[in-house]
Design a protein around this ligand. Structure first.
Ligand code: AGP
Length: 612
């Protein structure tokens, strides 16, 4: 997601715009830009890096003008560079656009516009909007051209546009990405923003645009429309929230906000990538290496922390459903153990939210040095791992602000399942199996919503277990790494000494820990190892350890074996980690809060570990 700000009034626009961008930096921060319209001329300053870099550039070359738009970027298409930073201009430099969202049909639109002579400067999807408006404006008013261009877009957008022919107006439209209009206290200046935090300094009177609505904002006021350019009345609302509340939305912490964003993360990670008809996943980022991947006979996944645990689940997926021997490796170990790699038969997959984890980068370079084909599964576009791999799949989780990985982990699992279908269908996976997985991915968001609806109940359990200083998390097969991830969450944000274990291993030692002071969190959802897990629960029960179980909806039998149960919807075994991890994320979050800790900023940890 990105941040958008716009202003028209009597102030110097750049001051309002940059302050607004600073408030929106939590929405994206890899590059930023401002454009103002002065003396019928558009002047732009764009920089790579955080808004502070843009502010420094503007201090040296200030932009004059009392109307302008600005953007802070979270890259989805095209690396963070000056050319790819917003705003984007048309061929003649008379139209400027900023955009938040993903334009799914930008390749088709770009080809058509290039065939009509339009010259593109960036790799972004957004730039097509500017040239599309320019094309239409050759035969109609700018206002009509703006609406005609918007009508051609497939995907999501929060868009703001300026044109030298309408020097005191800003044109905005919304579908799937938030936009709010601010009305100056004296109604002599007006604002646009991705969320009210950007304009709260100036006004609390706002109009929230809904999906498929547009507006023309000028110093004389705001006109609102439907996307088919019909007038639409909207009511003015008063912002009652504090600034801090707005940035986190209705949530007390970013971690909880990001856990609740997970249904949308599945949608974003699979957008344009599900081909249910053919039981295929569509992964454009692998197109250049698809034939080499067809011949790959062995995969090594390298990652750290939660990404490593996502990779461990990916190992099960890829072996069971793609039929490829796969090994998960911890980055910091792989690079020093002299791995044997056959460059003709092997590929490595680097999984990383930040794309900057030093241990994963080191391992990746070790594997590349031995000739392996290198694939990246990263969230940050243009990150080091994204640039040092030959191909890859962006996870599209959006910025993850909380240190503990939640939505990024879920996006990694989602993309690993898409990769499994991609590679499986190159091999012996049937169309029917591919369809089953693809169809289930499409309905996961609603199943996640059902789990999130249990948030208050999970909070009660977290309080009930908050006094314990240890815990053992147990799972089998696909859910063994989920047990380790649940334990990792409890360790890193609630500071509980939690162990995650493959349940079958319990009798080989950890069972000695169990007594009434040592609770067990067991993942015992209905799958191919369900009976084995029930046996493990019997063993735990015999030691009087308190048990909190994750079970499948409708499983009443489990009640006699446990003290507390959290039910999750059923799904196919391969995708069950995507659902099962969510109660564990919430359990750890509420345990941390119950213990008076800050889940967003746990002690000793950093969001991206860029040192060995
Ligand atoms: C997860 O909650 C942790 N914050 C940490 O283990 C993280 O997953 C690990 O450092 C890897 O980070 P990356 O995904 O950015 O490479």
């Amino acid at each position: 997601m990105c941040g958008i700000v716009g202003y028209v009034g009597s102030r110097q626009a750049q001051d309002v715009l940059v302050e607004g961008l600073r408030r929106l930096e939590y929405r994206g921060y890899d590059s930023a830009g401002v454009v103002t319209l002065h003396d019928e001329d558009l002047k732009t300053v764009k920089t790579v890096g955080k808004v502070a870099v843009l502010m420094d550039a503007l201090s040296r070359t200030p932009l004059r003008g009392t109307v302008g738009i600005a953007h802070t970027r979270w890259a989805t298409h095209g690396e963070p560079t000056n050319e790819n930073a917003h705003p984007h201009l048309d061929c003649r430099g008379t139209i400027a656009v900023v955009h938040n969202g993903i334009i799914e049909n930008y390749v088709v639109l770009k080809r058509e516009l290039e065939s009509r002579g339009h010259q593109f400067r960036s790799e972004t999807d957004t730039e097509v909007v500017t040239h599309l408006i320019e094309e239409y404006a050759q035969s109609m008013s700018f206002s009509d051209a703006f609406f005609a261009a918007i009508d051609q877009i497939v995907g999501t957008f929060g868009i703001a546009a300026l044109c030298v022919t309408e020097p005191r107006k800003i044109f905005v439209a919304r579908r799937g990405s938030p936009l709010v209009l601010g009305l100056g206290v004296h109604r002599d200046e007006f604002f646009i923003a991705s969320d009210p935090s950007a304009i709260l300094t100036y006004t609390r009177d706002v109009i929230y645009l809904e999906d498929d609505e547009a507006a023309i904002v000028s110093e004389n006021g705001v006109e609102t429309f439907s996307l088919d350019h019909l007038k639409k009345e909207k009511r003015v609302e008063k912002i009652e929230w504090s600034l801090e509340e707005i940035e986190r939305g209705r949530f007390p912490h970013f971690m909880l906000k990001e856990i609740f964003e997970q249904p949308k993360v599945i949608v974003d990670a699979t957008r344009g990538r599900l081909d249910a008809k053919n039981g295929q996943s569509v992964l454009g980022g692998l197109s250049d290496v698809a034939e080499r991947l067809r011949d790959v006979e062995r995969l090594t996944i390298i990652a750290c922390g939660s990404a490593h645990l996502a990779g461990a689940i990916g190992e099960y997926m890829l072996e069971e459903y793609a039929g490829i021997p796969t090994e998960i490796e911890i980055g910091s170990e792989f690079r020093y153990r002299r791995p044997i790699i056959d460059p003709k038969r092997e590929a490595v997959i680097a999984v990383s939210q930040s794309g900057e984890t030093a241990d994963t980068i080191g391992a990746l370079r070790e594997a590349k040095g031995k000739g392996a084909l290198a694939i990246g599964l990263v969230n940050v576009v243009g990150s080091t791992i994204a640039r040092e791999t030959e191909a890859g799949i962006y996870t599209h989780a959006g910025p993850e602000i909380a240190v503990a990985s939640t939505k990024a982990f879920l996006a990694q699992l989602t993309v690993l399942s898409l990769l499994t279908v991609f590679l499986g269908r190159q091999r012996s996976m049937s169309q029917a199996t591919g369809q089953r997985i693809i169809e289930e991915l499409a309905v996961l968001p609603e199943k996640i919503e059902r789990i999130l609806a249990q948030n208050d109940r999970i909070k009660i359990f977290a309080k009930k277990y908050a006094h314990y200083s240890s815990a053992l998390f147990l799972g089998r097969k696909y859910n063994a790494p989920v047990a380790l991830e649940g334990a990792l969450k409890l360790k890193e944000i609630a500071y509980v000494h939690a162990e995650g274990y493959a349940a079958g291993e319990m009798k080989h030692g950890p069972i000695a820990l169990l007594d009434k002071s040592f609770p067990v969190v067991a993942i015992v959802t209905k799958d191919s190892v369900y009976e084995k897990m029930r046996s493990n629960l019997e063993e735990v029960r015999a030691r009087n350890a308190p048990i909190l179980a994750l079970a499948s909806e409708g499983d009443d039998e489990i009640l006699r074996l446990t003290d507390d149960v959290l039910y999750v919807p059923r799904t196919i075994e391969m995708l069950s980690p995507i659902l099962n991890v969510i109660p564990l994320q919430l359990f750890a979050y509420h345990m941390a809060v119950a213990r008076g800790l800050d889940p967003d900023r746990p002690r000793n940890l950093a969001k991206s570990v860029t040192v060995e």
